[in-house]
Write a protein of this length. Sequence first.
Length: 143
Amino acid sequence: MKKFVLVGVVAVCVIIAALIGTRMLTPPPAELDLARSKTSVNGTYLASIEPETEPVSVGPVHNWVLTLASADSTPAAGVTIEVDGGMPDHGHGLPTEPQVSRELGDGRYLVEGVRFNMGGWWELTFQIESDVGSDSVTFNLML
Ligand SMILES: [Cu+2]
């Protein structure tokens, strides 16, 4: 009887490991929106991102420029931005803590210290605060 319990426990462990493994290998949604320009979740901002160097690759720490305008296309000034992100398929965040270090003018903001430490589907999320309103926008990247 004890032997059967042990076999059962082992079987459950194997199934759990297989499920986790499958999840890691699951391709991202086919309809994944890879646009680098989009409207924030609540329509408060028009946002676009551009890496300082193309192509974006796995490994090096690098910077991005985030450009923000209000819905009527006026460049957004004096904005507070928090950067977050990670890999939705893997359940982990970014390996670094990117910061918006400088306002470059014309609604452009320098995002420093971004790093991707593996290939796959990444998300970059910006939480945006200003007089215009509070909103967030998430970009998808495939590396
Ligand atoms: Cu990952």
